[in-house]
Design a protein around this ligand. Structure first.
Ligand SMILES: Nc1nc2c(ncn2[C@@H]2O[C@H](COP(=O)(O)OP(=O)(O)O)[C@@H](O)[C@H]2O)c(=O)[nH]1
Ligand SMILES: [Mg+2]
Length: 327
């Protein structure tokens, strides 16, 4: 993820093969499995400075301290390939307007690129739903290739009015019947034969994992109506065998104390209460609910944020992969 990492404290070997040397170090000191290490690729590895001609130099500087979990999650996400039959894993994000769905896609993009991006377009004025079209978001791996997971971001449910996406349309999306570019209508269900209706969806068109998104501070304020719609979609996914998880966003806004130390999000009593409450509301296990602080276009990258985003994403991918494997 980060360019130009400099490791120190790795003893010099003679003759020196930095690539093997750093992998051996990782195996011995970072608790990474050989499988994980074999998947790690480096652009370039070289030793700074000249090798000592007095034999092995005693290392100076700080010991290398890795973050094995984050590194492992990142390696997993970067190398993820779906099992045969699908070319990508499709993740559907759904939840109310302004929940942070588009921001989550942007955040994943940012974490993988190592810089803040805002390609999925977030809506700062969140009045009514901004994302109206069913659109597949792919994340660039290089100039011409993409990661093997894609996102769809549905137009959020509106509270009282019927201006949100219809639950029946979300069900069609789950089954792969909604074509890219289809503009959801708040009053008219998509029907077979309509423009935008895909009659013979392939495995790639179907949704493989459903993620409910809600600001963590809204858990106790969420209307009965929205809960009902979220549950309905969740049950439909259950009937299709599609795994479901949830992301509670805006951890920074909901808990200023946690915002100062975002990696302790799961230690916060208040946030834990919200996770428990949401778990009850939606009938999802606590272990499937993740706390995140999304990146906005104005913020700076922060490793602790990355950890939360990556661990949620990894769990989303593994759940979707389980579904593909069980087909
Ligand atoms: N402070 C904070 N703001 C967020 C977070 N996630 C999203 N937002 C903001 O909330 C607003 C709505 O987000 P957006 O991603 O457009 O929501 P969507 O309607 O679900 O796609 C935008 O102004 C975002 O910048 C977060 O984790 N923390
Ligand atoms: Mg959006």
């Amino acid at each position: 993820m980060r360019e130009n990492l400099i490791f120190s404290g790795i003893p010099e070997q003679t003759p020196d093969d930095p690539d093997t040397n750093i992998k051996t170090f990782m195996a011995a000191h970072l608790n990474l499995s050989p499988d994980t290490i074999n998947k790690i690729t480096f652009h370039r590895v070289h030793r700074l400075g000249r090798p000592s001609n007095k034999g092995v130099v005693k290392s100076k500087g700080k010991e290398l301290k890795g973050k094995p979990d984050e590194q492992e999650d990142l390696t997993f996400v970067k190398n993820y390939q779906p099992k045969e039959g699908a070319t990508h894993l499709r993740i559907l994000l759904h939840g109310p307007v302004g929940a942070g769905k588009s921001s989550f896609i942007n955040s994943v993009d940012s974490v993988l690129q190592g810089r803040i991006t805002d390609r999925a377009l977030t809506d700062a004025t969140s009045g009514s739903s901004f994302t109206k079209k069913y659109k597949t978001y792919k994340i660039h791996k290089g100039p011409d290739d993409f990661y093997s997971f894609v996102f769809n971001d549905t137009m959020g449910f509106e509270k009282d009015t019927n201006t949100g996406v219809l639950v029946e349309d979300v069900k069609l999306a789950l089954k792969g019947h909604v074509e890219d570019g289809y503009k959801f209508s708040p009053s008219q269900e998509l029907m077979e034969g309509d423009k935008g209706y895909r009659s013979a969806p392939t495995l790639d068109d179907k949704v493989h994992v459903l993620v409910c998104v809600l600001p963590v501070g809204s858990v106790s304020l969420i209307s009965e109506e929205v809960v009902k719609k979220m549950r309905e979609v969740r049950y439909a996914a259950s009937d299709m065998g599609i795994p479901q998880l949830a992301i509670l966003t805006k951890v920074d806004e909901a808990c200023p104390k946690t915002n100062r130390n975002i990696k302790d999000a799961y230690k916060s009593k208040y946030l834990k209460q919200q996770v428990d409450a949401f778990s009850l509301l939606l009938g999802l296990p606590q272990s499937s609910i993740f706390l995140v602080k999304n990146y906005g276009s104005d913020g700076n990258m922060n490793d602790d944020n990355d950890v939360l985003i990556l661990s949620a994403l990894r769990k989303i991918i593994t759940s979707g992969e389980d579904f593909l494997n069980d087909l």
